[in-house]
Design a binder for this molecule. Structure first.
Ligand code: NAD
Ligand code: UD1
Length: 338
């Protein structure tokens, strides 16, 4: 029996496929390659020494999925596939709803028709909106999102919750990721954004290799210790390991379970710049700019539920995250393009 990983050639997916293989799982990956390349999986194969079964299938392609379920013995699904650029989602809401919601509904339908009712879903800290208090716990309210990307995450959580309530044979784990950064310590797999990065760490690493002249710090007048935005950054390898632990919860018959995956520590934009400079030895020039619309002052989590119930805890600290992000970028200045 294999684990089906949708979106498995992407950033978090590729790291998770490697951790799954290292934990002894058989893995089948599907991806439409809209935001990734199969090269990431070739590198996973090099690292694990095991082949990765890959099918280029879109999660909206019902026939493709049905064929896959006929061919492979699937036990559980880890569902990463989705579009994830916040700004793009504001410009193209239909595409985001159709891909993320439409694709998920098709996937879930084909799963249940084949009697596969175990699923782990990539949710996001974005579902907490601008939280009333930090650290946020899983009990805190899901709030209205400021962009269609965030709305697709909140809606998918609702869909999964209702499906599990109606049919308790389903075991579903909703994992709310905080801010994943870093890369595998080998420097062979990592984050490879298209065009100019939106997120902080890939932007910093591109400044460090000279692809961007300087970092724009979006606001220094937030009510935080140094005025810049505070987030809970988590090493992508720790995050990937969280999925292996979540599979154990599924095996134990968890019903519906929700976990924050973060370190529980908040770092400001300037903390990240300082730690990156220390880890890399490269100076990061920056300018203070206006706030980015839709941003919040701070968000970090209470990750103790994941530790209590799954035995999972983030192990890698901020310097290691910066070191591994840098190691990936400097060895692959153009990502998987070489
Ligand atoms: P990614 O873009 O690297 O990976 C997503 C993968 O899904 C890509 O390989 C893409 O080609 C694939 N995909 C998209 N639509 C598809 C479709 N219709 N059919 C098949 N494949 C499709 O992104 P990531 O950072 O690895 O994120 C993985 C998941 O985690 C996403 O659902 C994302 O929303 C979620 N998430 C990411 C972050 C983050 O900061 N990276 C934070 C919270 C949640
Ligand atoms: C963003 C998304 C969120 C998504 C998350 C994934 C927005 C509004 N939110 O969150 O939905 O789930 O990514 O990790 O885009 N910053 C700069 N300069 C930059 C880039 C970022 O100063 O060039 C600052 C931001 O203002 C923020 C911090 O760095 O304070 C982190 O930003 P980012 O990496 O984009 O993540 P989030 O804003 O947390």
């Amino acid at each position: 029996m294999a684990i089906l990983v949708t979106g498995g050639s992407g950033f978090i997916g590729s790291h998770t496929v490697l951790e799954l293989q290292e934990a002894g799982y058989d893995v089948v990956v599907i991806d439409n390659l809209s935001n990734s390349t199969e090269k990431s999986l070739k590198r996973v194969e090099e690292l694990s020494g095991k082949p990765v079964k890959f099918y280029k299938i879109d999660i909206r392609d019902r026939e493709g999925l049905e064929g896959l379920f006929r061919q492979e013995q699937i036990d559980s699904c880890i569902h990463f596939a989705g579009l994830k650029a916040v700004g793009e989602s504001v410009a193209k809401p239909w595409e985001y709803y159709e891909n993320n919601i439409g694709g998920t509904l098709t996937l879930v339908d084909v799963m249940r028709q084949n009697g596969v009712k175990n699923l782990i879903f990539s949710s996001s800290s974005t579902v907490y909106g601008d939280p009333d208090r930090v650290p946020v716990t899983e009990e805190d309210p899901v709030k209205k999102c400021t962009n269609p990307y965030g709305s697709t995450k909140a809606m998918q959580e609702t869909i999964f919750t209702d499906i599990q309530k109606a049919d308790p044979e389903w075991n579903i784990v909703l994992l709310r990721y905080f801010n994943p950064i870093g890369a595998h310590p080998s420097g062979r797999i990592g984050e490879d954004p298209n065009g100019i990065p939106n997120n902080l760490m890939p932007y910093i690493t591109q400044v460090a290799v000279g692809k961007q002249p300087f970092l724009r710090v979006f606001g220094n007048d937030y009510p935080t210790p140094d005025g810049t935005g505070v987030r809970d950054y988590i090493h992508v390898v720790d995050l990937a390991k969280g999925h292996v632990k979540a599979l154990e919860r599924i095996k134990a018959g968890c019903g519906l379970a929700i976990y924050n995956l973060g370190t529980g520590k908040g770092y400001s934009v300037l903390d990240i710049v300082k730690n990156f400079e220390e880890a890399s030895g490269v100076k990061i020039p920056y300018e203070i700019c206006d706030r980015r619309p839709g941003d919040i002052a701070e968000n970090y989590c209470d990750a103790s539920k994941a530790e209590r119930e799954m035995g999972w805890k983030a192990e890698k600290g901020i310097l290691e995250m910066c070191r591994d992000s840098w190691n990936w970028q400097k060895n692959n200045p153009n990502g998987y393009a070489g």
